[in-house]
Design a protein around this ligand. Structure first.
Ligand SMILES: Nc1ncnc2c1ncn2[C@@H]1O[C@H](COP(=O)(O)OP(=O)(O)OP(=O)(O)O)[C@@H](O)[C@H]1O
Ligand SMILES: [Mg+2]
Length: 272
């Protein structure tokens, strides 16, 4: 097995990166039954909290910070549920820049390639590895981009702005040219996070003009249930007839569609 590594990006806060990582990882594990790992690279630990609730985990005694310090991530893996594991983050990870600087003084390439090195042995154990990052150009996002095979870009269609996504793509090209990053754009997901909002078709058309077939046909709309998953963890409750409850089913169907479309893109890119 050699797992594929994905990072979900946009250099803007609150656009749905963590939602995308946690939902895609859940569908990958539950719907595709692939062995899936989430690596939380955000000291805010949002993905960690959602997945801890998803797996009803009370205490989390591992952390990516320890893995970075001990030069191995394997002992920091926690099982969330069947096929779904995570490497959790907490605020102790805020000192990553200092840690990297002390480990590799004056060696910028080693500093930003450290996650790639640590991920290598994990690829043998997982089909898919999803990395969640904070919305900044930083050691966190650099390490994730260098380690990834593909980036999935979140595009906010309501903001009349492609800014965060555009900056991300430009920065990805910069890393490829200057630091030999290998990652390719797998897809651009149109996201509409305001309740009752309409998709800004102008922004969407503009994005399609610029990025063509990279833009997914599936649009992630606002769903209250997706917000509820932040508080309750991701779930798929059944009703008394044994069917998945309607709003749960709707939320999962949406991200299964996103996952399937991204898989189509991946097959296409592999053939090139
Ligand atoms: N499709 C959706 N429908 C409803 N709420 C959503 C949807 N997607 C995301 N949200 C909510 O929007 C908020 C921001 O989402 P999320 O945390 O995924 O963004 P982010 O890009 O990871 O933010 P940060 O930059 O802070 O890491 C969260 O409260 C989340 O529950
Ligand atoms: Mg986030």
């Amino acid at each position: 097995m050699s797992g594929t590594v994905y990072v979900v990006g946009n250099f803007k806060g609150g656009v749905g990166k963590t939602k995308t990582v946690t939902m895609l990882a859940y569908e990958s594990a539950v719907f595709l039954k692939e062995k899936t790992l989430v690596i939380d690279m955000d000291p805010q630990g949002n993905a960690t909290r959602v997945l801890a609730k998803t797996g009803n985990l009370d205490t989390i005694d591992k952390s990516i910070t320890d893995g970075f310090q001990n030069e191995s991530l394997e002992k920091e893996i926690i099982s969330v549920m069947d096929n779904l594991h995570m490497i959790p983050a907490n605020t102790s990870f805020r000192n990553l820049p200092k840690l990297l600087f002390n480990m590799f003084p004056d060696d910028e390439l080693s500093q930003i390639s450290y996650l790639k090195k640590l991920i290598e042995p994990l690829k043998k154990k997982y089909d898919r590895i999803y990395i969640d990052v904070p919305p900044t150009i930083s050691d966190y996002s650099d390490n994730a981009m260098i380690a990834a095979d593909y980036c999935i870009i979140v595009l906010q269609t309501q903001e009349l702005s492609l800014d965060g996504a555009q900056t991300y793509i430009a920065y990805m090209q910069f890393l490829s040219e200057n630091y030999d990053a290998q990652l390719q754009v797998l897809g651009i997901i149109p996201m509409m996070l305001r309740q009752g909002g309409r998709v800004d078709t102008k922004v969407l058309d503009q994005a399609k003009d610029m990025y063509g077939g990279n833009v997914l046909n599936t649009i992630v709309n606002y769903q209250e249930r997706l917000k509820v998953f932040d508080v309750e963890g991701i779930h798929m409750h059944k009703n008394i007839n044994g069917k998945v409850e309607m709003w749960d089913a709707k939320a999962h169907k949406l991200f299964i569609e996103v996952l399937e479309e991204l898989n189509e893109h991946e097959k296409y890119l592999e053939k090139l």
